[in-house]
Design a binder for this molecule. Structure first.
Ligand code: OFO
Length: 169
């Protein structure tokens, strides 16, 4: 049986992962409007990944006999209105998610739940990858600047990204 405080922290993180899914779905709209289909595809994959992250925790909480409680998902707020500021927000958001995953791991540590800590290691590693991917993309976008041709080349590259169902835990 899972500790109540840890159960609440897992439920909170499920909500945050679903919010991430919702936020990336909202960002995808901008790229659809710009007709940048590679970016649209990148966000599609991102949306599926976030859904998988939420479901990984959902299934884990269930497996541990915890009570799953779904709260309302906040309205997604896309702050910027250009590619660079949207990706700055993506990085900022991933850094925030990292801090929440670390918090969840702290609660697992506090409650001496070694199994949960072991499970959460997957998410800790995933966040390193997420931040590195987005950070890399952001650096490329800064290099591209106003170069439309280079942007279209990047768009083509992003069209090749595919979703791979992660094996979590
Ligand atoms: Fe779930 O990793 Fe992004 O937010």
């Amino acid at each position: 049986m899972i500790n109540e405080k840890l159960e609440a922290a897992f439920n909170d993180q499920i909500n945050k992962e679903l919010y991430s899914e919702y936020l990336y779905l909202a960002m995808k709209i901008y790229f659809k409007e710009q007709n940048l289909q590679g970016f649209v595809n990148w966000f599609d994959v991102q949306v599926q990944e976030e859904h998988a992250h939420a479901m990984g925790m959902f299934d884990y909480l269930d497996e541990r006999g915890g009570k799953i409680v779904l709260e309302a998902i906040d309205k997604p707020e896309v702050k910027g209105n250009d590619i660079l500021s949207i990706f700055e927000q993506v990085l900022e958001h991933e850094e925030y998610v990292t801090s929440r995953i670390n918090h969840l791991a702290d609660v697992a540590d506090e409650t001496k739940d070694r199994a949960a800590l072991n499970f959460l290691n997957w998410y800790i590693k995933e966040q390193v990858e997420e931040e590195a991917n987005v950070g890399g993309l952001l650096a490329t976008l800064r290099l591209i600047g106003d170069d439309k041709k280079a942007l279209l080349m990047l768009d083509k590259e992003l069209a090749a990204r595919t979703f791979v169902q992660p094996v979590i835990g």
